[in-house]
Design a protein around this ligand. Structure first.
Ligand SMILES: [Zn+2]
Length: 336
């Protein structure tokens, strides 16, 4: 009996250790364990002393075989784990979702390209401005309504009176103070007004400001530049007209209308049946503004203009609510 147990042990250990994979290991273990268990059923003729000795030995062998089985199994598990770090480069990848530029930024880039083609360069300035750059330097009188608390976001500060800029024009002043004429710049940027929000008003919106100063710049130059821009941006033969207006920082000042892009001037709901769309304010830069910026108004002259950029994009894409630009709704943004 003892010999038989020994031979079962040898065979079981040998088979377990030489198993090629997990399946054959399980099979070898099951087979040898069964054989070992059958020894117990053959102990009927033995004396109780012998039964006890054989029982102890058989149990020892069982434990030995089971340990060998578990150790071998462990090596297969580890192998499998090592193999799983293999990276199959032929598996198709998961597409990463990426965003895109905001429609306002896209349109600013488009405008920049068009103006660059006419020799303008892009300049930016601070959104938190001081009162002098935002109002005084631009020839706003001390009692101008825009300076009142209810129209403008003033910011508490110790020294200068600071505010969230109400237009991009202060950047003209900053640029002229630090650069020598001639100038051809555009200034895109965010501006802030204390407005009640509705479909056509927001507390913050975008402007694109333009400035061209040289020795012999006239309204005719302005008209040519703006007409060229409108045609390039709307991709069609649009007409331009100027109407007299008033701004503190330009003299003369005018509002600019573009022939309606929707009805081509025939009259529709977009243009309130007039055939014209109001697109920007502009004018010849006031001599006071030039002097405030350190530019000799006897030698230099030119024009400035400012687009309400949100409205301009709304016209192009027929968007009926300015708030769509700022509420982060992807159903809207993903259309651009
Ligand atoms: Zn129209």
């Amino acid at each position: 009996m003892n010999k038989k147990l020994e031979s079962i042990k040898e065979k079981a250990l040998q088979e377990i250790n030489s198993s090629k994979d997990e399946n054959s290991l399980n099979e070898n273990y099951r087979k040898n364990f069964k054989e070992l268990s059958s020894v117990f059923s053959q102990m009927g003729d033995l004396s109780s002393e012998e039964k006890k000795a054989i029982g102890v030995k058989a149990n020892e062998i069982k434990q030995l075989v089971t340990r060998a089985f578990e150790e071998k199994k462990e090596t297969f598990v580890k192998e499998k784990k090592d193999n799983s770090s293999f990276f199959d480069i032929t598996i198709p990848g998961k597409k990463t979702k990426i965003g895109h530029l905001h429609p306002i930024t896209q349109a600013i880039n488009e405008a920049e390209n068009i103006f660059r083609g006419m020799g303008f360069s892009l300049v930016e300035g601070p959104e938190l401005e001081d009162e002098w750059h935002n109002f005084d330097a631009l020839n706003f009188p001390a009692d101008h309504p825009a300076r009142e608390m209810q129209d403008t976001f003033f910011v508490k500060s110790k020294n200068k009176k600071l505010l969230m800029r109400t237009h991009t024009s202060p950047v003209q002043i900053r640029y002229m103070k630090t650069h020598k004429p001639p100038y051809r710049i555009i200034v895109p940027g965010r501006v802030f007004r204390n407005e009640a929000t509705d479909a056509s008003h927001e507390v913050n919106f975008y402007q694109i400001e333009g400035l061209m100063i040289d020795k012999e710049i006239s309204v005719a130059n302005f008209k040519a530049v703006i007409e060229e821009f409108c045609r390039a941006f709307f991709g069609q033969d649009v007409k331009i007209r100027l109407r007299p207006s008033f701004f503190p920082f330009t003299e003369p000042s005018f509002e600019v209308d573009m022939s309606c892009s929707e009805c081509k001037g025939k009259g529709c709901s977009l243009c309130s049946q007039t055939g014209w769309l109001e697109i920007l304010g502009a004018g010849m830069v006031h001599p006071n503004v030039l002097e405030n910026s350190g530019v000799d108004s006897k030698k230099w002259q030119g024009f400035a203009f400012g687009f309400g950029w949100d409205r301009w994009i709304m016209l192009k894409y027929k968007i009926n609510d300015v708030r769509l630009f700022y509420n982060g709704d992807l159903r809207f943004l993903n259309q651009f």
